[in-house]
Design a protein around this ligand. Structure first.
Ligand code: DGJ
Length: 673
C-alpha cells in the first residue's frame, strides 16, 4: 500500500493485481486502475477515471452510490478530502480515505483492505454525522467498481428460485442499467450477491475477469450501468431501493464489505481466487474437517420419534456417518408446518426424557450430534406468539403476512435477539450438540425502514456469540436451501445447505453455479433416495454419491428403506470420500466443462465426471488441467500410469454410455520424468 502525495494517489497491490485510487481536482476520489500489477511510477501516469463512490448531484446521472438529504432538504455530496490512514500488515494492509462534505457535517470514509496472498480488495464505507441535525441517508453503497475501457462487456451471475438456485448466466452487459437485487430480507434464491464482468473475450482458462461479491445476508442491490460511452461499472451495497436511514447527531453507519477480485486468467482463475480467499480470510474455521453428516429431513419430514431417529442413527453410523443431525419437528407442538415454531423445548410426546437419550445413543454409535433450529421464525400457533405477539415483524394497520404458516420475529429488537441467544446458548450448554442447522424459511414482510439492517446484524451477533462461547460448534446456514448463501453468512458458518433440490442430475448445475465463487468445503450436498422426492428421477446410488462427494458430503435419504446392496455402496463410497476429502476441500478446483470437475492438492488429483442426460451426451475425453506435464500419475483404482502431458492433451476416456453414470478417478503423481 503506497501513497504518492504529489499525485494524490494510493496504490494497493496484491499478488496478481493492482488497484489505484486518485483524488480529482474536485477532491472527489476516483478509480485510476483495477487490473494487472502496476508500479507506482506506472500508476502515476493514469488520470482519475470513474468515481469510487459516485454521489447524487451535479452532472452525475447514473446510479448513485451515495444519496444524502440534509435537514434543509439539500441533497448530494460535494467532496472535501480530510486525510488518510494506512495500517500495514505483513502482505496486506488497510487504507482509510477520510472525506467530508464541503458544506455539511457529513464525514465519509472509504475503507480498503488487502489480505496476505489474496487478490481480493475489500471495500466498505462509513458515514458519520458530525453535526447537530439529523441527516437522511437514502442510499449508501459499500463500493462502486469500475471496469477499464473495453470494446464490449459481458456479465456473469447466477439466478434461480427455490429448488433451482445458482443457475449460471453469462451474456452481454445491456446498455442503460441492470439491477440485481433482493428485497426479501435475505440474500435470496433469485440472484446471488455477486457479479463478474469480462470484455467478452475471457474463457475458462484465459482472459481478464473483474468480479465482486457482497458480504451481506439481508436485502441488497447492485446496479450495473453501461452509459453512452459504452463503459461498464457497478455500484452495490445493502438495502434495496426505497429504504432510508436517519443518522442522528454523532451517529455512524457502516456498510458491509464488498469484495472485488481481479483475475488475469479467466473464469477458472477467478473461481480459484475466490475459493482461496474465502478459505483463508472469510470462513471462521477453515481448517476444520467438515464431518460427513446424516440429516433426517427427507426421511421423516414432520413425522419424527425418538425410536425412529435412533434407528436412522444406527443405519447412518453403519455407513460411516460422522455427525447425525435431527431436522425439524423435535420441539414444542411442531407436528407440521402449522404450529410450534418458537417453542424451543423437546416435544414431550416425542422426546419424553428430553434429548439426552437420543444424543447418548448417537454418541455411543461413534457420531456427534447436530440439530435443526429456525430462531428467526414463529408460528402464530405457539406459546411464544401467544406470550409476545408484539415480537413479530408488523406494522400498524397492515395485515401480518403469513408464509409457510409462519411469521418472522423482529430480530432488530434487542430483547428478541437476547431471547434467541438465551435459549440457543442454553440448548448448547445443556446438551452435547456439535452442529446447528440454522434455517430461515420465509422472507421479510411488514418490515419498517429501521428493521432491515439491525435485524441482520443481530442475527450475526447471535451466531458470533454462540461460536465464541462454544468454540467447537459447527453451523450450517440455510434459508429453504440456498436462500442465504453469501460472504456475510460464510463469515460465521462452516457450510451452507445449497438447495432443497437433491436430484443429483439437477444438482450438477446447482453445484456448478455455487462453486463459481464459494468453495466446495462449504457446499452441503446430500445423497437422498431414488426416486428423488422433487424430480421423481431414478438414479444409481453411485451417481448420487459421486455428485455429493464433490462438496461437503451428507446423507439425507431414508436409510431404513435402502437395500443391503445400496447400504454397502454407501459405506464404501463414504469411506472413499473420507480419503479424498482433504483434496476436495483443500485443493484447487478446475472445471472440466460443466459436467466434470477436478480437484488437485499437491501430488493428488481427484476427477469427477457425471454424464448428463442423453440429449447432451458427449463421448469426448475429459482433458485434465494444471498437472505437471513431465509428471507420471498413478490411477489409484487400476494402478495404471499416465503421463501428465497425455492427461492434459488426450485426457481420460469418458466411458459413460447411459444417463446418470459417473466416474471418480483418483490420481497420484508418483514421479517427475
Ligand atoms: C428447509 C430446509 O431447506 C430443509 O432442509 C428442512 O430443514 C426444512 N426447511 C425443515 O422445515
Amino acid at each position: 500500500m503506497i501513497y504518492d502525495a504529489e499525485a494524490r494517489l494510493w496504490l494497493l497491490s496484491t499478488p496478481s493485481s493492482s488497484y489505484a485510487v486518485r483524488l480529482g481536482p474536485d477532491d472527489a476520489p476516483y478509480n485510476a486502475h483495477w487490473g494487472r500489477p502496476l508500479t507506482i511510477e506506472q500508476a502515476r501516469t493514469l488520470p482519475p477515471d470513474r468515481e469510487e463512490l459516485p454521489a447524487e448531484g451535479g452532472e452525475r446521472f447514473g446510479a448513485a452510490s451515495l444519496q444524502i438529504r440534509y435537514g434543509d432538504a439539500v441533497r448530494g455530496v460535494e467532496w472535501r478530502h480530510l486525510g488518510h490512514d494506512i495500517h500495514g500488515e505483513p502482505g496486506g494492509g488497510q487504507l482509510a480515505i477520510r472525506m467530508a462534505d464541503r458544506h455539511y457535517p457529513l464525514e465519509i470514509t472509504l475503507h480498503y483492505r488487502v489480505r496476505p496472498g489474496s487478490d481480493a480488495v475489500e471495500r466498505w464505507t462509513r458515514l458519520r454525522n458530525a453535526g447537530t441535525e439529523p441527516i437522511t441517508i437514502l442510499r449508501c453503497d459499500s463500493a462502486a467498481w469500475t471496469a477499464p475501457p473495453r470494446e464490449d462487456y459481458r456479465m456473469t451471475h447466477v439466478v434461480g428460485d427455490w429448488g433451482r438456485e445458482f443457475q449460471l448466466r453469462r451474456g452481454p452487459v445491456p446498455e442503460a442499467e441492470t439491477v440485481l437485487t433482493s428485497r426479501r430480507g435475505h440474500s435470496g434464491h433469485q440472484v446471488n450477491p455477486w457479479l463478474m464482468i469480462d470484455a467478452g473475450d475471457a474463457a475458462e482458462d484465459h482472459g481478464e475477469v473483474w468480479s465482486a461479491a457482497l458480504a451481506w445476508s439481508g436485502s441488497w442491490r447492485m446496479t450495473l450501468g453501461r452509459g453512452q460511452d459504452g463503459r461498464a461499472g457497478w455500484t452495490g451495497g445493502f438495502g434495496h431501493e426505497g429504504l432510508t436511514w436517519r443518522l442522528g447527531p454523532g451517529e455512524e453507519l457502516e456498510t458491509p464489505v464488498f469484495t472485488g477480485m481481479y483475475a488475469p486468467d479467466g473464469f477458472g482463475g477467478t473461481s480459484r481466487r475466490w475459493h482461496d480467499h474465502i478459505r483463508r480470510h472469510v470462513l471462521p474455521a477453515p481448517d476444520r474437517v467438515r464431518p460427513v453428516i446424516y440429516n433426517s429431513w427427507e426421511a421423516t419430514e414432520f413425522d419424527i420419534s425418538e425410536t425412529q431417529q435412533m434407528e436412522l442413527a444406527e443405519r447412518a453410523a453403519g455407513v460411516g456417518v460422522e455427525l447425525f443431525v435431527m431436522d425439524d419437528a423435535w420441539f414444542g407442538g411442531r407436528t407440521g408446518e402449522h404450529a410450534g415454531l418458537g417453542d424451543w423445548w423437546p416435544n414431550p410426546d416425542r422426546f419424553p426424557n428430553g434429548l439426552t437419550p437420543l444424543i447418548d445413543h448417537v454418541k455411543r454409535l461413534g457420531m456427534r450430534f447436530g440439530i435443526w433450529v429456525e430462531p428467526e421464525s414463529v408460528n402464530p400457533d405457539s406459546d411464544l406468539h401467544r406470550a409476545h405477539p408484539e415480537w413479530v415483524l408488523h406494522q400498524p394497520n397492515r395485515a401480518r403476512t403469513e408464509m409457510r404458516e409462519q411469521l418472522l420475529l423482529d430480530f432488530s429488537r434487542s430483547d428478541v435477539a437476547e431471547w434467541a441467544h438465551g435459549w440457543l446458548d442454553d440448548l448448547l450448554t445443556r446438551n452435547d450438540i456439535s452442529f446447528l442447522k440454522w434455517d430461515m424459511n420465509r422472507p421479510f414482510t411488514e418490515a419498517g425502514d429501521d428493521v432491515w439492517i439491525p435485524y441482520i446484524r443481530n442475527v450475526y451477533a447471535v451466531m458470533d456469540r454462540l461460536r465464541a462461547d462454544h468454540p467447537d460448534l459447527l453451523i450450517e446456514g440455510c434459508a429453504s436451501g440456498g436462500g442465504r448463501a453469501d460472504l456475510g453468512m460464510l463469515a460465521r458458518t462452516d457450510q451452507i445447505w445449497t438447495s432443497d433440490n437433491t436430484d443429483a442430475l439437477q444438482r450438477v448445475a446447482i453445484q456448478h453455479g455455487y462453486t463459481q465463487i464459494y468453495p466446495a468445503c462449504t457446499m452441503g450436498a446430500w445423497v437422498t433416495d431414488s426416486p428423488n422426492r422433487i424430480s421423481a428421477r431414478l438414479s444409481p446410488v453411485r451417481y448420487r454419491f459421486h455428485v455429493a462427494m464433490a462438496g461437503a458430503l451428507g446423507i439425507g435419504g431414508d436409510l431404513l428403506t435402502w437395500s443391503e446392496g445400496d447400504l454397502r455402496w454407501a459405506a464404501m463410497l463414504t469411506e472413499q470420500y473420507k480419503q479424498i476429502r482433504p483434496i476436495v476441500h483443500g485443493g484447487r478446483m478446475y472445471r472440466l466443462g460443466d459436467c466434470a470437475v477436478q480437484y488437485t492438492r499437491g501430488p493428488e488429483t481427484v476427477v469427477f465426471v457425471w454424464q448428463p442426460t442423453a440429449l447432451r451426451r458427449t463421448t469426448s475425453p475429459v482433458l485434465l488441467k494444471a498437472l505437471d506435464p513431465d509428471g507420471l500419475y498413478r490411477d489409484e483404482e487400476t494402478g495404471a500410469l499416465h503421463h501428465g502431458a497425455v492427461l492434459m492433451s488426450h485426457g481420460l476416456p469418458r466411458l459413460l454410455p447411459f444417463d446418470t453414470m459417473s466416474e471418480l478417478v483418483r490420481l497420484t503423481q508418483v514421479a517427475h520424468s
